[in-house]
Write a protein that binds this ligand. Structure first.
Ligand SMILES: C[S@@+](CC[C@H](N)C(=O)[O-])C[C@H]1O[C@@H](n2cnc3c(N)ncnc32)[C@H](O)[C@@H]1O
Length: 423
């Protein structure tokens, strides 16, 4: 079957049409004519597989990684980087138009990643048998890899270097999480059962891998929970971003693109500048809270993860942020706290997980009369668009919009939407 690819949709696949039905094809580029095999056919949608490119896009290039198209990690290695950014900009625009039904979308400012490869400071490897790697595309089979070109240079060969260490354990781990501040590395080894003993010291792990590993956490799974067992060395790293230093434990979230964190901080802290009382509703270790505190009178940071809150309190201390208070509250409790205490928040930062916000949170925070600005950092344009639409019903309007590329080579989109309410 021959298909003309009209555009790349959110999720990374190309969209074309066959006999009036919409067809989705991975690893193609808008403007290409391709030959495909049909994989799955539903009432109005066809899932297809690329067989041959008949007319190539000028943006097509050779992928860097030999696992590309097999490994589930990347979607866009075959596309020139500038065009990847344009695709994401268009996806964000379309999502706001179609899901959010926003009529006047401001011009989206794009912030491409300084590095399109070797940018990730963290990764979660899966382990199965002798395979260490990532899940195969659309499956739960682990493919064995020897390196990954998305990881920071010092980390990219980690699968090869860590193999001899993992083989020392009686019990095979099921996952290996890696964190790097460029200078130092932390590992989190996760077993499917509680391990009886740890057969290797941190000194030997450093010697075997040749890497500057600062700490190794041993964890095991129990149902859906991941329990901490023991740590060899330290449980946290320090990241330097602009003039700030952040302590991040292996149990806390941190932004993944080493080269984009400072740009995210700059956009957010400049957009809250001049506010009196700021609330950072998903504050993590204080990455956005602490730099923003320098531009406002008072900040409240809320975060569900108690390890991240501990890091955030330490980070306020390290960075001499004296006008910040952190609370280990999940967002519902945080909005109730703001309303019940009558805290006159005028600006709120939301940087939620992919699921976005719920109705209760949107309604309750919008009921705070003093609130006139929202800075919404999102990693999911669909939930962002849905939530912006709800904020519109409560008098907010989209004033400024950024697509900051945190995830080159993948379809994932990070955006920053600035909403204002005119009272
Ligand atoms: C995308 S991260 C953003 C963190 C921070 N803004 C940053 O830039 O590093 C989302 C954060 O929300 C926290 N979180 C998830 N669900 C939450 C909830 N219901 N209430 C409060 N925090 C939550 C996570 O632990 C995580 O630290």
């Amino acid at each position: 079957m021959i298909v003309d690819i009209e555009k790349i949709v959110y999720g990374g696949k190309g969209l074309g049409r066959i006999d009036g039905k919409v067809v989705f094809v991975p690893f193609v580029i808008d403007g290409e004519k391709v030959e495909v095999d049909i994989k799955k056919e539903k009432k109005s949608i066809v899932e297809a597989q690329l067989k041959r490119v008949l007319e190539k896009s000028p943006f097509r290039r050779e992928p860097l990684c030999r696992y590309f198209t097999v490994c589930g990690g990347c979607d866009f290695q075959h596309i020139d980087y500038n065009h990847q950014v344009n695709i994401k900009k268009e996806n964000l625009n379309e999502s706001l138009r179609r899901i959010g039904r926003i009529e006047h979308i401001p011009d989206i400012k794009t912030v491409p990643s300084e590095k399109e490869f070797f940018y990730r400071n963290r990764a979660q490897f899966k382990i199965y048998g002798s395979n260490i790697g990532f899940y195969k595309r659309e499956s739960h089979t682990v493919i064995d890899i020897d390196s990954c070109p998305l990881l920071l240079e010092g980390l990219s060969s980690l699968p090869t270097r860590i193999r001899p260490v993992l083989s020392l354990f009686m019990l095979q781990p099921s996952e290996l999480h890696v964190f790097s501040s460029k200078d130092e590395i932390l590992l989190k080894i996760i077993f499917s059962k509680k391990p009886k003993s740890i057969p290797v010291s941190l000194k030997n792990i450093k010697k075997i891998t040749g890497l500057n590993i600062k700490g190794v956490g041993i964890y095991y799974k129990k149902g859906n929970d991941i329990n901490f067992e023991k740590v060899l060395g330290d449980k946290h790293l320090y990241y330097k971003v602009r003039d700030f230093k952040f302590r991040v434990s292996m149990d806390s979230f941190f932004q993944v693109n080493h080269y984009q964190i400072d740009k995210l901080i700059k956009i957010v802290s400049e957009s809250v500048s001049g506010s009196k009382i700021l609330a950072d509703m998903y504050c993590g270790v204080g990455t956005l809270t602490i730099p923003s505190s320098k531009k406002v009178e008072k900040v409240f940071g809320f975060e569900i993860n108690r390890f991240a809150v501990k890091d955030a309190i330490e980070n306020a201390h390290i960075n001499r942020a004296e006008n910040v208070e952190f609370f280990p509250y999940e967002t519902k409790k945080a909005v109730d706290f703001i309303v019940e205490r009558g805290i006159e928040v005028d600006t709120a930062i939301f940087d939620p997980p992919r699921t976005g916000l719920n109705k209760y949170i949107i309604e309750k925070i919008s009921s705070v009369e003093s609130l006139n600005k929202i800075v919404y950092v999102s990693c999911n344009p669909a939930t962002l668009s849905r939530d912006i639409s709800s904020f519109y019903k409560r008098g907010f309007k989209l004033k400024d919009l950024y697509m900051l590329d945190m995830f080159p080579q993948t379809y994932h989109i990070e955006s920053i939407a600035i909403l204002e309410r005119s009272l």
